[in-house]
Write a protein that binds this ligand. Structure first.
Ligand code: CTP
Length: 266
């Protein structure tokens, strides 16, 4: 039989059999925590019509939201993806994809699902303003200049933040160019997010149009975690992992508190 001191080095941590069982159980639960969970995701840009042929929009590709949806589906979740106009395809038996154009349409689509979902991920780049009036006919270039009056759009994440229940988890995004942390924490509080994903604009290969992103995840206990530059698919994996941990903590914190990690050092 092998000498224990040959296998174990000073500083190694040991658990009792009962503790080990609980650790294994908790790990298995974490792996399956998203199984069957209903998750709402908003993705892509919105288009705000000016006239029948023109609109105001932004550069969002929808890649991040779709990558998150894909990862969540891999974990066995049922996903309701409310998507603005993008060149992305995603099919899965557990996916319900609703295509919308404007912020108002996106909000109305989300209203159908929000009450029944366990988790909501607000990854869409919703236009903050829309033209006050949509012209019935194509606007002709008769004038040398013209002005479009813009009015504020509904803030989808904020509205659902007001009615979110204790059992629901919501995740938001913050794309910032300055005072990044301050603004991200402000959004976390204002929109009642459980976590906010801060997208850095300080990396030339990150955000709009690129396949890579560099993020910091800030949770509502203000803990924060920086991630290196990664592909959007890898970033989606990191975000889903953080969501899984939060869901696991919410569901099983009572069980886990039983685990007193009495460590034995020798
Ligand atoms: N969001 C939303 N509806 C809006 C605007 C934003 O649901 N009308 C969500 C986004 O999907 C994101 C979060 O709110 O998860 C933050 O979006 P962002 O555009 O960074 O912030 P804003 O609240 O719009 O603030 P600002 O543009 O002034 O930075």
């Amino acid at each position: 039989m092998e000498d224990l001191s040959a296998i174990c080095k000073p500083g190694d941590i040991w658990f009792s059999d009962q503790q080990l069982d609980l650790v294994i159980q908790s790990t298995i639960m974490t792996a399956h925590i998203l199984q069957g969970k209903k998750i709402l995701i908003t993705a892509g840009p919105t288009q705000e019509a000016i006239d029948p042929v023109r609109y105001i929009s932004n550069h969002s590709s929808g890649k991040m939201g779709y990558a998150i949806a894909e990862k969540l589906l891999e974990q066995g979740a049922r996903v309701f993806l409310v998507s603005g106009p993008v060149n992305m395809k995603l099919e899965h038996r557990n996916l319900k994809l609703v295509k919308v154009k404007s912020a108002n349409e996106m909000y109305l689509a989300c209203c159908h699902f929000f009450e029944e979902v366990d988790i909501a991920v607000f990854a869409a780049a919703v236009a903050d303003y829309r033209p006050d009036k949509i012209a019935d006919q194509k606007i002709k270039k008769d004038e040398s200049s013209f002005t479009i009056r813009m009015v504020k759009n509904i803030d989808i994440a904020y509205e659902f933040g007001k009615v979110k229940t204790e059992r629901q988890i919501s995740v938001g995004f913050a794309l910032e160019t300055n005072d990044e942390l301050k603004h991200a924490i402000g959004k976390l509080a204002k929109k009642n997010f459980d976590m906010v994903v801060l997208n850095s604009m300080n990396d030339s290969n990150a955000t709009f149009g690129f396949d890579t992103n560099r993020i910091t995840i800030i949770k509502n206990d203000l803990s924060q975690r920086d991630f290196p530059l990664k592909t959007k698919k890898e970033v989606a994996g990191d975000i889903v992992q953080e969501i899984t941990e939060t869901a696991n903590r919410n569901s099983y914190c009572d069980d886990v508190s039983v685990l007193e990690y009495e460590t034995m050092y020798f």
